[in-house]
Design a protein around this ligand. Sequence first.
Ligand code: SAJ
Length: 423
Amino acid sequence: MKISKVSVIGLGYIGLPTAAVLASRRIPVIGIDVNDHAIETINRGEIHIEEPELDILVRAAVSDGLLRASRDCEPADVFMIAVPTPFKGEHEPDLSYIEAAANSIAPHLRSGNLVVLESTSPVGATEQLAAWLAAARPDLTFPATHGAESDIRVAHCPERVLPGRVLHEIVSNDRIIGGLTPRCAQEARGLYKLFVAGECILTDARTAELCKLTENSFRDVNIAFANELSLICDRLDINVWELIRLANRHPRVTILQPGPGVGGHCIAVDPWFIVSQAPEEAQMIATARRVNDAKPDWVIAQVRKAVDEVATETGKQPGDVRIACLGLAFKPDIDDLRESPALSIAQALAQRHGDKLIVVEPHIKTLPAALANSGAKLVSLDAAIDAADVIVLLVDHKPFKAVETSQLRGRRVVDTRGVWAGR
Ligand code: SAJ
């Protein structure tokens, strides 16, 4: 298949780097998004998200005329869908963004086109996507009815990149490509081979869907184990960071790190897709989700305990004790606040402490809406350490790691990431 133009639907954390990397391989790309701010920013050659080196790539792609963003879809050889797949209600997957993408692509489809779903999806979503396209375009044939001879090829190739390392991993990671037919998978491999140095391994779409969910569930279960250990250690008065360091000296033990909870739009979401499709079987996956989801409340209780101790020692009212939250992002050295446990902890503390809460987040310029009218203030790291009675380390951002423990003298510290407590 000749690929002379690719359309990427969804210009977020996955779609924009994918579009930029394709453009860097001299493939003309049009990016489609519903967010006007994103479109305008990209068309100026700038970026609306933070990801190392992405700005350089986007600037070059736009100035070379190889990347353009728009609200409106147009004909292309390949359509790559990278839209969100959140959950709704009782953790059931919400495919409405994929459906909207299908509706925007459908009028522009031509025989010979390839449609690839990159969004993390429940099992069956790729078949559903093809069904939506087929319903909108009865004049074209699709794999469900015409197999290898179909006019339109549809495949799932789940993204697997780690925020903060996207541009490296987008090229170096192996890719799992699941086709609705083997021919669909082979054509999709032709696309990925344009920029992927890792191996492209072919399978069917349903296996590829569950493969991605499995990877993130595996990580979630392992983080839940670490988080549970942190509770056990607190109960038994043992330093969990030292414990894990020592246990990991065993040649077959690799325990992850406890934290304030699991955030982001992937690991805190995807395991629920498995639970919702196999609720009776997915016992451990569901329990891990609950363990990780309960961690922020445990941290809040730890902070309350520290606040009460300060209040007793100083004679202050607990509501007057000054708390500094270090970090709001869902993981270190990024600006992404989505599903961030750090943000939900700060929000809960702001409800009680209002203007006595100070926040440090080096990756943002203004407080997010969740904290905007709470009285909380965004300050510098030094100002926060100076002013706080209780310091709550929520994210292991680089500047926080550089703080000397001597600077913390006289303050209560709740260190959810082991930055100082683990030294
Ligand atoms: N976390 C811990 N302890 C750890 C590791 C992580 O508490 O030892 C927390 C982080 O702080 C964060 C959350 O887990 O709140 C998730 O962070 P992460 O770095 O594990 O993963 P994500 O969500 O940034 O990216 C994951 C990756 N999946 C796997 O590693 C299996 C990535 O490769 C996927 O592409 C991405 O999900 C996705 O988009 O699905």
